[in-house]
Design a protein around this ligand. Sequence first.
Ligand code: SF4
Length: 300
Amino acid sequence: MSDAAAAEPRRRRMSPDETPLALKRRARKINRVLAEAYPYAHAELDFRNPFELLVATVLSAQTTDVRVNQVTPVLFARYPDARALSEGELVDIEEIIRPTGFFRAKARSIHTLARRVVDEFDGEVPGTLAELVTLPGVGRKTANVVLGNAFGVPGITVDTHFGRLAKRFGWTASEDPVVIERDVMELFEPKDWTMLSHRVVFHGRRVCLARRPACGACPVASLCPSFGEGETDPVKARRLLRFELAPGREDLQAEMVANASDAAAIRQRTESLAAAAASAAGPAPSPAATSPEATTGRHR
Ligand code: SF4
């Protein structure tokens, strides 16, 4: 073996003899389990059209989606489209987006971006990868977010979470986002690319954390060659689970805890609570028995 080949990183495998077909099957099974664990996975940035998503994605660099979602309603109320934003005063834009950090650079960035959308695309965000990446500050990641979520064009979005998890799952050995994107595309049908991206990012933000993955509370532990890289004790692992949600979404958070730690147990408990409520209510269900709390069992 040449030195170059020996130095080339190898992807992690479940077993030394895992074939490409077995890898593909395992990858698809992980996607199915994640779909069950995160049935509500979605783009976490709020938007109403491609322009809003494009700007929100640029603002999301180095900050949380929750923080971006706090400033974009104000920003888009004042500058509802690319033309309005391109004509805005930088100092006013800076003030609105200040909570997202790096606000001077980001204000310049979205201002220039809006100007280019007006000058070169008549004010409409283009719907192809080739055109999107010609816009300032728009790389493949941002372009794929916009294509997948605002235009319905399937794409794999390789952000920091997706890249980390793709390596841990053994789907790729590369650190290069373009190579990761290509390696993962080969494992899945195009129709699955966009939702897979959301699910993997959800999992990376909540369970498979960068420094200390919560392996002991992970729904795909049995399918992951990196099990053991993090905390394997279920009780300790559960304490590591993280959630990044807007205030007022506590119900969703409770559901995520349940899903991430033990989806089967919560389903069983929900069913028995619903059955108990139904039998206590008799043939004509009372309002209490049909309330969300009684039927979902979220508030324990
Ligand atoms: S088993 Fe551990 S490393 Fe693998 S996906 Fe789960 S949390 Fe991440």
